[in-house]
Structure formats: structure tokens, C-alpha cells
Design a protein around this ligand. Structure first.
Ligand code: LLP
Length: 430
């Protein structure tokens, strides 16, 4: 659990606000973020990078709520985007286009135009075909596109196969052996300007060694390019630093950055990083309420009001998220939100924590020992990254509210969707 979510008088709080109060005010399910946790994570990066020219480009896909983007923008962050939509969010949140890097294997012409108009820092180009297209689009607009090649270093990130991106067989980046030829091509194209190199080998990495292995390969490439007279302004080493969900022991931000800086010793290029999960993952929880307890023949189920459409990581990756009761015994007398109703009759049992969606894969957690009753509130931890941003409307479930806590105040930063909003663009035919 992060320092920003903690028990006080047996009630789980986000900073100074009891989560039970947030549930009472905004309803459940809802995501709750801690502004201080976001700020703290960002500062750990910027402190560790002090003295070196750098840009921390928050990976928007991890959580793209405007309030979160705005917190980072005000701290001076840049952004790593993967769509025109994410660019529009960054601009709407007050982000600076000149600090935006654009990754992704499938950039459309419309997205390239949008990014060129906005004046982004660079395109992380992922294929030869994309390089040609970008040159053409920029030429048609009378512009020169800043380009960095995303190179696949062929390093095993030792993480879940769905989120491992740096191996030869992955769809990402250009092959290491083809990179120099592609840089030569980029140099010859009139509407491109080479600015850097990029790599990203995967997500939820819990060791430093794959990052260093990738960095060393990228640096060897930078040296080979220099021999050709191609000098780079920046080196982007991607994101991917993992967090603790359960019993993982990822390196601290400061140690990870120190290791990267060690590999970069003696070089003057600007260092760009694209952290996502590590900045937001443990800065958010998903607050949910128990609807029913159901005692099956083999298992006990706690059916909660959040489901796989709200947090799909367990269903998709069998990911583990810790689940804690919002109120634990002995309940404080002072809190009407805790210990009301059924909470007094709760029993401690091993539960499957499941949602109402019609799929067996719809679970939030397996075999959790919890003392709960119908109406009990639960907090699903480490849900700030790839929670809301991967949510869907499956089963016509409106997307949940999002709340950001700042000290003693809880701000609603996204309203709960209404069902009417879900079918606003739909039509019946005659
Ligand atoms: N840069 C690029 C080019 C990326 O593709 C990603 C994530 C990042 C940066 C940020 O990586 P991070 O620091 O967050 O690890 N949905 C999965 C994670 C997918 C990550 C995709 N790429 C999950 O819930 O675990």
C-alpha cells in the first residue's frame, strides 16, 4: 500500500479523506486518486535526474484523465502519446505539445497531421513504411517532421508476454539490424529531421538488468550512427518500471534512474523517459461495494458492484490486485459510514471477489480472506494505472466516476457516465 492510502481509526483513507465518505458522496464503483502520490512519483524522477538534461514524458495510456495530465503538466512533464485522441487530451489538460513524443505502430495520416500542426517534439517511428508516410504528410503540409526511430533491442523484459515488447518477434519498433539503414534513409528524406532514438521493451519490469541491456544496445547504435555523421539530440529509453502489486520487489525510482545514468555516463544527449504505471499505479484505488454474498458448494462469492469492464487487468492478465476492507474492526463510533447495517454481522471467509458481468473471467480477486457483509466497501489497490483507461461499457455498464483527493478535499474529476450517454450515437433502422 502506498503511503497515501492508509488506515486511520480503522478506516481506509486517501490522504486525509475517508474512502467511506467518498463512497457516500460520489457512489460506487469509483476510482480514487491521490494528488500527493502523483506529485511524489514525478518528483522522485525529476530529483534523480537533476543535473542532467532530461524530459519525463508521462505515458498517457496508463491513465488519461485530464486532472491527472494537468497535475503532471504543471510539474513540467512531457507526454508519451499513442493516438491523436491522447494528443487532444494532453492539449485540453494544458500540456505543452513541444514536450510530446508520439509512439505507436499504426499512426494514421490524420494523426500525423494533427501532431505536426500541434508542433510535437518528435515522432517515434516504428517502421520503414511509417517513415515514408510521415515524410509525405509533412511535405504536403510544408513542414519538416522531427523523427526518432523506435528500435527493438531484442531484449527479454521477463514480464507477462502480453506486455513484453522488446523481443524480435514483437510487432513493435524497427529491427536492431535494420536501424542504421533506416536512419540513412531518414537522413535522405527531405521532410524529416532526425532528432533521436527510442526503445521500450515492456511493462511491469521488476529488475534493472533488462533496461541496462537495452540501453547498452541503443548506445552502441548511437555510436555507430555518429560514425556515419548522424548525431542525435536525445535518447529515449521508454517506460516500463514495475510497481509492487503483491510481493514484487521492483527497484526504487531513484535506483532505476541511477542505473540508467550509469550506462549513459560521459554522454551529453538529452535523456527522455516514458514512465506510465510507476507514476500512477499506486496512486489510485478502485472503490467498490459488496452487493451480495453467495455461498456456493465449493466457493464463497462476494459479488461486488465493480466488474471486469471497470478493471480488466485480472481478467486479461490474471493480474493480482490487493483488496482491502474500507472499514475494519473495531469500527470507530464516530463514523456513520463505517459499521452501519450488515457490517456488524460480517464473517471472515475465503471469497472469490467477482463482478456482475456474464463471464466466468469476470473476477477482481481469487481466494481472498475478508471479513465482509453485504454493503461492505472494498478498495482494490494499485488500480491507478491501466484501470480506468482500459475500462469499457461491456454489459451496458456506464463508466465509473473518478475522484482526486488533494489533502482534505475530494474533487470529482470525471462524472459517472449515464446510460443515455452510452447510446447517444446509435440509431434504429426502419
Ligand atoms: N512507452 C511506450 C511506447 C509504451 O508502449 C508503454 C506502455 C509505456 C511507455 C509505458 O509503460 P509503463 O511505464 O506504464 O510500463 N495494459 C497493461 C500495460 C500495457 C503497457 C503498454 N505500453 C497492463 O495493464 O499491465
Amino acid at each position: 500500500m502506498s503511503d497515501y492510502f492508509h488506515y486511520q481509526d480503522n478506516q481506509l483513507h486517501a490522504e486525509q479523506v475517508p474512502l467511506a465518505d467518498i463512497a457516500a458522496q460520489f457512489g460506487t464503483p469509483c476510482y480514487v486518486y491521490s494528488r500527493a502520490a502523483l506529485t511524489d512519483g514525478y518528483r522522485q524522477f525529476s530529483n534523480a535526474l537533476q543535473g542532467r538534461e532530461h524530459l519525463i514524458c508521462y505515458a498517457v495510456k496508463a491513465n488519461s484523465n485530464l486532472a491527472i495530465l494537468n497535475v503532471f503538466a504543471r510539474l513540467g512533464a512531457g507526454f508519451d502519446i499513442v493516438s491523436g485522441g491522447e494528443l487532444q487530451r494532453v492539449l485540453a489538460a494544458g500540456g505543452d505539445a513541444r514536450k510530446v513524443v508520439f509512439s505507436g505502430v499504426g499512426k494514421t495520416v490524420a494523426e500525423m497531421r494533427l501532431a505536426l500542426d500541434a508542433g510535437i517534439l518528435c515522432f517515434n517511428v516504428e517502421s520503414a513504411a511509417e517513415l515514408e508516410r510521415l515524410n509525405e504528410v509533412a511535405g504536403n503540409m510544408g513542414k519538416v517532421a522531427p523523427v526518432s526511430l523506435r528500435v527493438n533491442p531484442d531484449v527479454d523484459a521477463k514480464t507477462h508476454p502480453y506486455i513484453s515488447t522488446g523481443l524480435k518477434q514483437s510487432k513493435f519498433g524497427v529491427a536492431y539490424g535494420e536501424a542504421i539503414a533506416l536512419y540513412r534513409r531518414a537522413r535522405d528524406l527531405p521532410h524529416l529531421r532526425i532528432t533521436g532514438v527510442d526503445c521500450h521493451i515492456g511493462s511491469q519490469l521488476t529488475e534493472t538488468s533488462p533496461f541496462i541491456a537495452a540501453a547498452e544496445k541503443i548506445l552502441a547504435l548511437v555510436d555507430a550512427l555518429a560514425v556515419e555523421g548522424i548525431r542525435l539530440e536525445h535518447i529515449d529509453l521508454g517506460g516500463g518500471l514495475g510497481i509492487r502489486y503483491h510481493d514484487e520487489t521492483p527497484p526504487a525510482i531513484a535506483d532505476y534512474v541511477a542505473a540508467l545514468l550509469g550506462a549513459l555516463r560521459g554522454r551529453s544527449e538529452k535523456l527522455i523517459l516514458e514512465p506510465g504505471r510507476v507514476l500512477v499505479g499506486n496512486a489510485g484505488v478502485l472503490l467498490t461495494r459488496v452487493e451480495y454474498l453467495k455461498h456456493g458448494e465449493e466457493k464463497n462469492f462476494a459479488i461486488v458492484d465493480a466488474a471486469m469492464n471497470d478493471l480488466m487487468r485480472p481478467a486479461l492478465y490474471e493480474a493480482f490486485h490487493e483488496i482491502l476492507p474500507v472499514c475494519r474492526e473495531p469500527f470507530p463510533q464516530s463514523s456513520p459510514a463505517c459499521g452501519g447495517g450488515g457490517d456488524r454481522e460480517k464473517q471472515s471467509l475465503i471469497y472469490e471477489i467477482v463482478g456482475p458481468v456474464c463471464e466466468t473471467g469476470d473476477f477482481i480477486g481469487h481466494a481472498r480472506n475478508l471479513a465482509i457483509a453485504p454493503q461492505s466497501l472494498l478498495a482494490v489497490l494499485s488500480a491507478g494505472a491501466y484501470g480506468m483507461s482500459m475500462s469499457s461499457n461491456y454489459n451496458t455498464r456506464p463508466r465509473v466516476a473518478e475522484v482526486m483527493v488533494d489533502g482534505r478535499v475530494a474533487h470529482l474529476v470525471r462524472e459517472r457516465e449515464t446510460v443515455a450517454q452510452l447510446y447517444v450515437g446509435e440509431k434504429t433502422i426502419l
